[in-house]
Write a protein that binds this ligand. Structure first.
Ligand SMILES: [Zn+2]
Length: 55
């Protein structure tokens, strides 16, 4: 599946069997941590110090 990169807005290829906590490197240079939110997947920039992800 594809999830939008929170940094650059480009699609990120995410394996269908991805697990929460996995790290994915995106071509824009950011490392994204996989978070599960119900049935959907979110990507959080690992280097982001800001923990307040909000809704
Ligand atoms: Zn990106």
């Amino acid at each position: 599946m594809r999830v939008k990169c929170p940094i650059c807005g480009e699609p990120v290829e995410v394996p269908d069997d991805v697990l929460p906590g996995e790290l994915i490197d995106h071509e824009c240079g950011v490392t994204l941590e996989v978070l599960m939110d119900g049935n959907s997947i979110r990507l959080k920039p690992l280097e982001g110090i800001k923990e307040d992800w909000g809704e």
